[in-house]
Design a protein around this ligand. Sequence first.
Ligand code: RB5
Length: 154
Amino acid sequence: MNAPNTLLNQSFAIAADHGGFGLKQHLLDYLKSKNISNFIDLGTDSDKSVHFPDYAGKMVETIKSGKAQWGILICGTGLGMSIAANRHAGIYAALCHDTTTARLARQHNNANILAMGGRILGPTVAEDIVETFLHTAFLGDRYQDRIGMIDPGC
Ligand code: RB5
């Protein structure tokens, strides 16, 4: 099969809880500096304590409704966000700590959500992870077959 394109020109959403708020704001500035503006910011809008499943839910709804094709979710560790998002069929949230996990999340897993830990990653590492996730295409073929086994019918 032909490998689908990268995520570069596809609209996306970004959301965080209070543990990911600082990194989210950093990435918003970074994306704007790169003239990337085809995204929706789903919040949160401050470092006041909120519940990460609410924001994972907003992200899933945004992707499932077609308002965005993929997303970035950030909490303190990235764990809660990825666990919550992955409860939904058709959602493949990959918790990435470096450019290798980001590259393989796209090449092998066709991940449609990049999850990161705002209390784990430095800002420059997070920028590199986002760039890698954006620019790496899914390899398809046997990897598609395996994804089909996770979510038959999706
Ligand atoms: C919030 O304190 C923290 O638990 C949350 O951001 C996240 O790391 C959960 O997995």
